[in-house]
Each structure stands twice: as C-alpha cells, then as structure tokens.
Design a protein around this ligand. Structure first.
Ligand SMILES: O=C(O)CCC(=O)C(=O)O
Ligand SMILES: [Fe+2]
Length: 323
C-alpha cells in the first residue's frame, strides 16, 4: 500500500469541453476509473455545512436514528448492528449511513415505491426530539443533493464526449435519474484487513458514477489495473469521482468500474459523502453500439437500471447492501 501522487488523474471542469480535457478524461476512465474533479462549482461553504449536519445527525441517540429508516426505498438510516439493511457481504464494515434520494411525496403523481420513487425520511421534532434544527438539516442536505444532481448531469455529458459520442447523447438517459446521497460515518476502529474488518470492504459501485467528498481522514484505497492497492490522497477542494458498473456495462468494458475499499488507521472517526447517480428505473443498460464491433461483441447481458440495482443490492439474503 502506498500513496502514488500521480496515479489518479485530475479533471478540471473549467474548459471542460476542450479536446485536451476530453482526452484526459477518456484515458482516466479506461486506465483508472477514478479521477479528482476540480473547478466543479460547488461552494466549499455548502460542503462544510453538509459535514456539520452529518456530524449532528450521527451524534443523535440510537432510537432517533433508527426512527428514520425506510430500507424498501433505500432511504434514511442504515446501520450494521441492527441488521436493518445490510446483507452478509457487508459483515465487517464499521460504518453507519443515512441515504437521501430525489424526494417524491406520497401525493406526487410519479410516486412509485416499486420503482424507488418515494419520500425521504428526514428528522422531525416527533421522530428525532434530540435534533435541534431539523429544518436546517433538511435544507442543507436537499440543497447539496440537488446541486450534485446538476453536477452529475454535466459529468455524464462529458463522459459522452469521452466515449466519442455527441455531448447530449445521455441527456435522455438521465432525464429522470435515480440518485442516492449517502452521509457516511466510520467509527474510530482500526481496520484489520487480514481479519476481514474494514471501514468498507472491497466493492465496486453499481451506478454510473459516484462523486465523493471526504473529511480528509485517510482510508479510501483503489485497486489499480496492476493489482496494486493505493491510498487515495486527500486533495483539498476536489471531489473524487469513480465510475460504476453501469458505465462499465454501457461502455462494453472499456471504462473501468474500479474496486475500492476503506481501510481505517484507527484513532479518529471519519465522515464521507458519496453521491451515487444512475439512470431512471426502466432505462436499459445495454452495451452501446459504438462500443461494440464484430471483434468486440457485447460482453454484458442487457438489463435495466432498476433491475441491475435489484440484482446487485437486494437479491442476496439480508436485504439492501452497501453501495
Ligand atoms: O467513504 C469512502 O471514502 C468511500 C465510500 C464508498 O466507497 C461507498 O460508499 O461506496
Ligand atoms: Fe464505493
């Protein structure tokens, strides 16, 4: 394990459509599947507020946190000890989380629990009496969620260019996206990889892209193509973006959905904010014609965004799995 400063490329959204940026992004997606994102336009002040609210949330009493859970919709509080949500392959993870998606209240015409279009579960004086300012929590978290949606829409336009397609090629694919903003809190427990104890065990993300911000506490490691695990250094002001399985499938394996994990040094807690972005429930996830040829036939069976998530996270014993 080591820090390799140049192993993870940097993409700036200033001048993002330039040929140089598009080529750099293409190579990042093919070679690493991870990149730092700079000049992204999300204010640091907002990100600081999100971390502050996240810390407030996780410091609530257990009953308060557990009152905010809706595993069927992948919303609200997720813990390991309560066996509310995680399946067998998350054993050994030492984290808790809180998920927020696009909010569809029960009277919304598109409300549809089977398609994961439902309500967020937010703190309230009734459910979380120990949360001082529930309204502030909701406003900060929803504002961040919505800005991340906009940022991700820009990013998938850039990814279309990186695949050699017109910029708007994925606009329809993401007109009604599924999203999950995850507030994560890792305990100050030292990971013991040999014993299977991790902050988060090795996994790939299911969605198209994940845009992550951490509090700067080390832990995230990425598996390079060479088989070497490297630490992702903290880069102040930047997001860490990684590609997920759905983009690997769409690109017929050209773009990498890279295995990663969180290995904690112990002695300090860690907070992070992954934002997961994927097409709407019924959108087909099929290798793109432009990524296939006679010599390079489709490597993946057709599926849909919702089906893929279901197969990856819900189908195993124990219910919803960690992203
Ligand atoms: O906390 C992190 O740094 C990464 C979390 C992660 O990989 C995930 O939640 O999918
Ligand atoms: Fe992940």
């Amino acid at each position: 394990m080591c820090i390799q400063d140049d192993a993870i490329p940097t993409i700036s959204l200033r001048n993002s459509d330039s040929e140089e940026t598009v080529n750099r992004l293409r190579s990042a997606c093919i070679e690493v599947g991870f990149f730092f994102l700079e000049d992204h336009g999300i204010e640091e002040e907002l990100i600081t507020d999100v971390f502050e609210q996240s810390k407030l949330f996780f410091s609530l009493s257990k009953p308060s946190k557990k009152a905010l859970s809706n595993p069927a919709l992948v919303r609200g509080y997720f813990t390991l000890d309560g066996k509310i949500a995680y399946g067998a392959d998350a054993d050994g993870d030492t984290k808790e989380g809180f998920y927020v998606g696009r909010h569809f209240p029960a009277d919304h015409p598109e409300y549809n629990v089977a398609k994961l279009k439902g309500s967020n579960v937010m703190p309230s004086p009734e459910l979380t009496p120990d949360m001082d300012d529930c309204e502030k929590f909701r406003t900060v978290i929803e504002t961040y969620h919505d800005k991340m949606c906009e940022l991700c829409f820009r990013l998938v336009q850039l990814l279309a260019l990186a695949l050699g397609l017109p910029k708007g090629s994925f606009d329809k694919t993401f007109e009604d996206p599924m999203t999950a903003l995850s507030l994560l809190h890792y305990g100050d427990v030292k990971s013991v990889p040999e014993e299977g104890l991790f902050g988060a065990g090795e996994h790939t993300d299911g969605p198209v892209i994940t845009v992550l911000r951490t509090d700067g506490t080390p832990g995230l490691q990425v598996l390079l193509k060479t088989g070497q695990w490297i630490d992702v250094p903290h880069r102040s002001g930047a997001f860490v973006v990684n590609l997920g399985d759905m983009l690997e499938r769409l690109s017929n394996g050209l773009f990498r959905s890279t295995p990663h994990r969180v290995v904690l040094q112990g002695g300090s807690e860690r907070y992070s904010l992954p934002f997961f972005y994927e097409p709407g429930f019924d959108v087909p996830i099929v290798p793109l014609d432009t990524c296939c040829s006679e010599d390079n036939p489709p490597k993946f069976e057709p599926t849909t965004s919702g089906q893929y998530l279901h197969d990856k996270y819900f189908s195993k014993e124990g219910g919803v799995h960690s992203k």
